[in-house]
Design a protein around this ligand. Structure first.
Ligand code: AHM
Ligand code: MG
Length: 348
């Protein structure tokens, strides 16, 4: 008789999800949703990996051929932003697992087309985060978040997506780096899968990731320092003072400018990632989007034993007022996030 392959070396995403289903952590509909998103990410990974050979680098051109295409956030779209968005939309339209989708790259949410059965979930995504890094061959990623569609909704609209992050039933990202990895939570730990390119399948490579509670590493775009509010200035001044300052230890800095890559690093070895509000932005909201970036990353980080706040409150408790809302983000090693948050709270 042929003995089965050893568990730890060959647990595919499919098998992992089946086992999670048996453990009562997800139902078949959510399992299909995760499988479909993972399949779409494989397609995006192929497109990203081709680089200049795929003809997909550079800016997207607006419909009508008149200048660069601009998204709802007022940002120029890359060809790969548009392509990744289309791949995710097309993959998720027909499976019967969704009631609607919302994307960082689309003005409004979309209900599932009438031609297909409607499911119970809402999917939100940033199809290609960190897209300023595409043309320079640095890691980028797809971020996604899953919510339940409220019961009794006849027509899905933007308002049905406006739920606090703690209501997420699943969240994850796919990082397109030296290897392609899917990092996923279903609310029972954060788990990492690596794409086996030859087999075309994601393989579980780290179960139950744990972020060290203490760190000596931070990720911040320091070029905005002069625009930060006082408690943020104070916090970073004390980090930079190192072992001679009040923190009594030296810190190292890393900034990739791809949130997915910066968060992947801290999930792997600890750290704090911060995108604060600054005075260039009168809305006091910072750059990152609550629904597509902050919420899914916060769930992944909390499920790995880390913490996530907006500098004052737990991010997963923030009630969104609109789909494309921005929010300051402080996440990573628990003690360090608490420390950064303390600077802000005691200042107020
Ligand atoms: P994007 O969604 O338009 O790619 O913007 C989000 C990205 C994050 O990945 C990253 O943390 C941040 O923007 C970097 O911004 P900056 O230009 O300040 O370096
Ligand atoms: Mg983005």
């Amino acid at each position: 008789a042929v003995s089965p392959a050893p568990d730890s070396t060959h647990r595919s995403l499919t098998r992992f999800l089946i086992e999670e289903q048996r453990a009562g952590h997800l139902n078949p509909e959510l399992r299909l949703l995760i499988e479909v998103v993972a399949r779409a990410c494989k397609r995006i990974s192929v497109a990203v990996g081709k680089g200049a050979l795929g003809g997909v680098l550079g800016d997207a051109v607006a419909a009508g051929g008149d200048g660069a295409s601009i998204n709802v956030q007022g940002e120029a779209q890359k060809k790969l932003d548009v392509l990744s968005n289309e791949i995710l939309l097309e993959a998720n339209a027909w499976g019967g697992h969704l009631a609607g989708l919302a994307s960082e790259e689309m003005d409004h949410s979309q209900p599932i087309p009438d031609a297909y059965p409607r499911g119970n979930y809402l999917l939100l995504f940033d199809p290609l985060d960190g897209s300023s890094n595409i043309d320079v061959n640095v890691s980028v990623g797809t971020i996604f978040s899953v919510l339940r569609c409220p019961e009794g909704v006849a027509e899905v609209g933007d308002q049905h997506f406006l739920q606090a992050g703690r209501e997420q039933v699943a969240a994850g990202y796919c990082i397109y780096g030296p290897s392609t990895m899917l990092v996923l939570t279903l609310g029972h730990g954060t788990h990492a899968f690596t794409l086996d390119r030859e087999q075309g399948s994601f393989v579980l490579t780290q179960r139950a990731m744990r972020i060290p509670e203490e760190t000596r590493e931070f990720a911040i775009n320091m070029s905005n320092q002069r625009h930060w509010e006082t408690p943020m200035q104070d916090y970073v001044r004390d980090l930079l003072a190192g072992s001679e300052g009040p923190r009594g230890k030296d810190f190292n800095m890393r900034w990739i400018a791809s949130m997915v890559a910066d968060v992947h690093r801290l999930l792997t070895r600890g750290g704090i990632f911060i995108y604060p509000w600054d005075r260039k932005d009168p809305g006091k909201a910072g750059k990152l989007r609550l629904m597509y970036e902050a919420n899914p990353m916060s769930m992944l980080v909390e499920q790995a034993g880390g913490a996530a706040t907006d500098g004052r409150e737990r991010l997963l408790d923030v009630l969104p007022g609109q789909l494309h809302q921005r929010v300051p983000v402080f996440l990573g090693s628990k003690r360090e996030v608490e420390e950064a948050t303390r600077y802000h709270v005691t200042h107020d």
